[in-house]
Ligand binder design. Structure first.
Ligand SMILES: NC(=O)c1ccc[n+]([C@@H]2O[C@H](COP(=O)([O-])OP(=O)(O)OC[C@H]3O[C@@H](n4cnc5c(N)ncnc54)[C@H](OP(=O)(O)O)[C@@H]3O)[C@@H](O)[C@H]2O)c1
Length: 326
């Protein structure tokens, strides 16, 4: 990065924790961080996938002799899982909480609201997508604040440290626009956006402990993604798609674009041009990446959104005629 493009999230020598880091976009991001010299902790449920992933992260390391890697087996849907994860990560990281946390573990359950099991799916989506990220961000912030208090108590001099980062993840559609077929899923992502907006403001309460909040909005990934396939057998429909979202994005490309956006200091981090358009159309009172550009585009893009919404409704009407679901 040059003088004009200051890197807002240097990672070399720092420790990063990623949930959902064993595959998909989370794994791709973990591998990029490893190649940039970070120590990496990945969290997911399956120990075999975790071990395979950690070997690949070691192989990608910039300085294999000094970088360290760790796995934590945890289910983010379990209430109170995060305190144990943060304690484990801090103990492994020589008593210092990881400086960057990226919540990627997530699922999507495309179903109709009247399908059998939709309410159970809605609760589970909330547990994984919302509470899974919410609990971890809270446990992490509390650990950072505690560490800061300890430093002050022992008068340990600390020049203004580089910001800590809390990174949330939600698909562009479902996080910013809710469509038919995503009723059990989208509310968990809308809630996540509200949390990210609130924390982006709340973290300003701690000027001595700079914290940056980001909301990564990946473009739809390859259809083989586990987060989607796992849910597919429940689904009776293919939810309508925003025009332009049909071509899937490779997880490596999504991770690269997301990290580049975070390094530029963005709050909303879309990984494709479509994501940029949708976020402008739905920006509301959320923090801006750029006050001028986002405000101008926030006036223009809702006009485009009107056509998108018209098209989405038309897709549902066509699908209704074909399947005679109502
Ligand atoms: N795929 C898409 O089209 C798409 C588009 C936009 C956004 N997203 C979102 O972006 C994120 C990454 O998606 P992806 O498709 O790249 O990932 P993915 O390939 O589906 O991998 C999901 C990761 O999350 C872990 N995970 C799932 N449920 C978990 C749980 N309850 N507790 C702990 N770990 C759990 C999985 O490991 P284990 O199964 O071993 O636990 C795996 O490491 C997700 O939040 C997803 O919803 C996906």
């Amino acid at each position: 990065m040059d003088w004009f493009n200051h890197n807002h999230m240097p990672v070399e020598g720092r420790t990063i924790l990623l949930t959902g880091g064993s595959e998909g976009t989370g794994f791709s991001a973990a591998r990029i961080f490893s190649s940039k010299g970070a120590n990496v902790i990945i969290v997911s449920r399956n120990p075999i996938k975790l071990e395979e992933a950690i070997e690949a992260l070691r192989a990608a390391a910039k300085c294999p002799r000094t970088q360290r890697f760790h796995t934590i087996e945890a289910d983010v849907a379990e209430p109170n899982y995060a305190e144990g994860v943060v304690a484990d990560a801090t103990a492994w990281n020589r008593g210092v909480p990881p400086e960057i946390v990226w919540c990627l573990a997530g699922i999507a359950t495309p179903m109709l609201w009247t399908d059998d099991g939709a309410m159970k799916a809605a609760r589970y989506n909330m547990d994984v997508n919302y509470f899974g990220s919410a609990e971890l961000s809270r446990a992490m912030m509390r650990a950072w604040l505690l560490a800061e208090q300890e430093k002050k108590r022992y008068l340990i001099p600390d020049p203004r440290p580089p910001p800590k980062h809390i990174i949330f993840t939600g698909p562009i559609t479902s996080t910013l626009v809710a469509t038919a077929g995503h009723a059990p899923h989208a509310p968990s992502r809308f809630a996540l956006r509200a949390l990210a907006d609130a924390l982006a403001m709340e973290t300003r309460l701690y000027p001595d402990l700079p914290m940056a909040v980001h909301l990564v909005l990946p473009h739809p990934a390859a259809a083989a993604a586990a987060s989607y396939d796992e849910a597919r057998p429940h689904s009776t429909i293919a939810p309508p798609q925003i025009k332009g979202a049909e071509t899937p994005q490779d997880p490596d490309d999504a991770a690269r674009a997301a990290i580049a956006g975070i390094e530029r200091g963005r709050y909303f981090v879309a990984t494709s041009w479509l994501g940029e358009l949708v976020r402008w159309g739905a920006i509301g009172g959320s923090p801006r990446n750029s006050w001028v550009v986002d405000t101008l585009m926030g006036w223009v893009v809702p006009l485009v959104m009107a056509f998108w919404m018209w098209d989405l409704r038309a897709q549902v009407a066509a699908w209704n005629q074909k399947k005679k679901v109502l």
